[in-house]
Design a protein. Structure first.
Length: 309
């Protein structure tokens, strides 16, 4: 039979998780191949681009959507566990795909991760040009990877997160070519400062960092920012970056914008994932797709040569 698409794999994958505590991604292959009566050749069939096995990739996407909708969780990278929401929805399996579509759409809207082309594809996919489909698929892939980035960070310790954000700012160019420009402060008695970036050799200019590894639904308020600003004042600095895996509430955003004499930059989970992706921190290029078009200058000159010879 044809290899199932990822939305057909979701319910069987949930059923497997229902009967086990935690399953590794690779361990879904064999049992799911039996569910869909796939032959060995179908299981190992590769994309024409050579970019991995089709069935394995679709399992990965099915689990990714289940995770984004909250039906499964990832206790650690590459491992999946069903949630209470997933267990409850298994009582009405025909509603699962609609639930995923609705909840992932809400999540993308809240995180503002959708581009205009992604919104177009939801309105009417049939009217998209091939280029628009490529760009929309690209945005969908990035959204999934952003989600994986935050999942992975949440599986790490707060100390590891502090080291990560210091390295990220250095990757982004802060500290320049200065040796040992970034450091994580002592874990105890850090006085509200988690990391420091030196902007010059002598250390006259410094950027101070506060890093909070919170769950996605947590909202950081003005009180947390006020404490950090107090720490900046105590360090006689006017530059601070507050980085979190969650988000900031309205009062916090207004407070940061109202400060005078202090520059306070806020980086929430969506920006954090985007920066990690764009600056390739802990990322590797999976595939490069090259699309070419005719060079008009070349072909126009060629036509002129033929006319005047």
């Amino acid at each position: 039979m044809p290899i199932p698409v990822h939305d057909e794999i979701r319910v069987p994958a949930l059923e497997l998780l229902k009967n086990k505590d935690i399953i590794k991604l690779k361990e879904f292959e064999q049992p799911l191949s039996k569910v869909f009566n796939l032959t060995h050749d179908e299981m190992i069939e590769m994309y024409s681009s050579g970019n991995g096995p089709v069935f394995y990739d679709r399992i990965s996407w099915a689990l990714s959507y289940l995770n984004m909708a909250g039906l499964v969780q990832k206790p650690k990278r590459g491992y999946y566990q069903i949630t209470d929401i997933g267990l409850n929805l298994l009582n009405t399996p025909n509603k699962i795909n609609d639930y995923i579509a609705e909840n992932t759409k809400k999540r993308q809207q809240v995180q503002s991760l959708q581009s205009t082309k992604t919104q177009i594809i939801e309105e009417d996919i049939k009217e998209l040009t091939p280029h628009e489909k490529i760009y929309s698929a690209y945005e969908d892939i990035k959204t999934s990877i952003y989600n994986d980035i935050i999942d992975t960070i949440l599986s790490k310790t707060p100390r590891e997160f502090e080291k990560l954000v210091v390295t990220l700012l250095q990757k982004m160019g802060y500290g320049g070519e200065i040796k040992d420009s970034g450091k994580v402060t002592q874990y105890s008695n850090d006085k509200g400062i988690d990391g420091i970036i030196k902007e010059d050799v002598l250390g006259f200019g410094r950027i101070y960092i506060q890093a909070k590894r919170y769950k996605r639904d947590n909202k950081i308020g003005r009180e947390d920012l006020n404490k950090f600003v107090g720490a900046l004042a105590g360090s006689q600095s006017n530059k601070g970056v507050f980085i979190t895996t969650s988000s900031f509430n309205k009062n916090a955003l207004e407070y940061a914008n109202s400060l005078t004499g202090i520059t306070l930059v806020l980086i929430d989970g969506k920006k954090l994932a985007k920066y990690i992706y764009e600056y390739s921190l802990g990322m590797q290029t999976e595939q490069v797709i090259e699309i070419k078009k005719l060079d008009s200058d070349y072909w126009d000159v060629l036509e002129d040569d033929e006319i005047y010879t």
